[in-house]
Ligand binder design. Structure first.
Ligand code: LLP
Length: 442
């Protein structure tokens, strides 16, 4: 049985929030809010997040696994977008959290997230961060390497507090995605080589307060292929079997990371979460039979929040270089969305105030920052753009605000959450004063 929210999801344009529609003025609307009105009220650039899409993705993930393998936990990778209101909303949906810094942990606490469902990641956590994790008693510390294991041992002994740990395993599995966001290949800074996993478990078993409870791997991000996940499930279950045989210790958790890709362009071949769950669970159930029904954990970031977000920009200048290229310049760019310049990421957009107008020209969307490479979208078909038009770029919910900078001392944009015709400011626009808040004047 599909809920209304899910039916909505299956019927809509896959790279847009599920509530997006064109209203009687010919304007794009999300969450019942006219985007041109939002731009006028809150200014641009503006991040807009659709609550229904976020909730629907959480439910879609949970429904896909429920019934197939009930002992599944979905945890949200906070690095994709970490804001108090967003984490509160996800917590309300019964989602756990992957944090990878003391900062993300702090925000998760401010959002009242359940500490026992927090997994603390990172390949070089500081002593202070490990101390915080132990002191607060977060659900799991995901230990990346032997140095960290020893540091954690010392910290737990001093505090006389226990820490339940997973080991991050480097599985030697290559996923097909941009090289910067591949993480499971042998030549990676992340994780303990699978051949050394048993040694790590044996070492942890000698520690008084550190308790090994499971295995973790994350093979990369923006992945469209299910095969590397199947290979990973097999590998981690086999490894858990070897751990049990050699040490007698059961893995309570098998965490297969995040990385499921989303449709940025309207033409990317995404896998449905239902198919993901069905294929993964089939192999997992089969391979984990002798492991005592461990908890299966997935930690998606992008595929929960990515499509829910759009960014609105105002077009401020237009430059036509005859026979070569027409640039339309917007009031944001690489500081609010560094993905095009970092990974050559491709985005889709339309003019929010001319959403039904025919696309008559090919343009390149330039940012406002002092680099020629600051182009948000190369060669996109749009209706004839004029100064003051509002450009809406899709799929900016993940890894945009979370990787934003103050380059050229431009303040980061505001963010609003929209639902049912109501827009709520969940992040203020940075003002000039914010830019010097940490300056020490001599
Ligand atoms: N778990 C771990 C341990 C991770 O490192 C990540 C992402 C995730 C889960 C979530 O992956 P997701 O489901 O969001 O793909 N800045 C890049 C993405 C870097 C991802 C880093 N780790 C981008 O903009 O594409």
């Amino acid at each position: 049985m599909l809920s209304d929210i899910q039916i909505f999801w299956y019927n809509h344009n896959m790279n847009q929030p599920i509530t997006s529609k064109v209203n009687e003025k010919g304007h794009l609307e999300i969450g019942g809010c006219d985007l041109a009105d939002l731009a006028a009220e809150f200014g641009t650039p503006l991040y807009v997040l659709d609550e229904v899409t976020i909730r629907s993705r959480c439910r879609e993930y949970k429904t896909a696994f429920k019934g197939r393998y009930d002992n599944t936990l979905i945890i949200y990778a906070c690095k994709a977008l970490c804001n108090t209101a967003v984490l509160k909303l996800l917590s309300d949906e019964g989602i756990g959290f992957d944090v990878s810094s003391g900062g993300e942990l702090y925000i998760a606490r401010k959002a009242n997230c359940d500490l026992k469902n927090i997994y603390f990641h990172g390949n070089n956590k500081s002593k202070k961060e490990l101390e915080e994790a132990v002191d607060l008693g977060v659900g799991r510390v995901v230990v990346d390497n032997f140095d960290e294991l020893k540091a954690l041992d010392a910290i737990t002994q001093k505090a006389k507090k226990k820490a339940d740990i997973l080991f991050r395993i480097n599985p030697g599995i290559e996923a097909h995605t941009h090289e910067f966001i591949q993480t499971g290949q042998i030549d990676s800074k992340f994780g303990i080589a699978k051949e050394k996993a048993i040694d790590a478990v044996k070492l942890a078993a000698k520690m008084k307060y550190v308790k090994f409870v499971g295995l973790h791997s994350h093979i990369g991000s923006q992945i469209f292929d299910i095969k590397p996940y199947i290979a990973l499930v097999e590998l981690l279950c086999d490894l858990a079997g070897s751990v049990l045989a050699e040490t007698g210790i059961k893995c309570e958790d098998i965490n297969i990371g995040g990385g499921i890709g989303i449709d940025y362009t309207g033409q990317d071949n995404v896998i449905s979460l239902d198919a993901v769950a069905s294929e993964i669970v089939e192999v997992f159930k089969n391979k984990s039979q002798k492991l005592g029904a461990p908890k299966l954990i997935l930690e998606p970031g992008r595929s929960i929040i990515g499509t829910a977000g759009v960014t609105l920009y105002s077009i401020g200048s237009i430059k036509d270089i005859p026979e070569i290229r027409k640039y339309i310049a917007v009031d944001g760019g690489m500081s609010d969305n560094p993905r095009p310049i970092l990974y050559g990421a491709v985005y889709d957009a339309l003019l929010a105030n001319k959403a039904n107008a025919p696309k008559t020209e090919k343009v390149t969307v330039a940012g406002r920052f002092c680099e020629s490479g600051d182009r948000l979208i190369k060669d996109i078909e749009l209706p004839k753009a004029e100064i003051g038009d509002i450009l809406c770029v899709f799929c900016t919910g993940a890894y945009n605000y979370s990787m934003a900078s103050n380059y050229n001392r431009v303040g980061r944009p505001a963010m609003v959450l929209v639902n049912n015709g109501i827009s709520s400011l969940i992040l203020k626009r940075e003002a000039y004063e914010d830019l010097i808040a940490n300056d020490v004047v001599l």
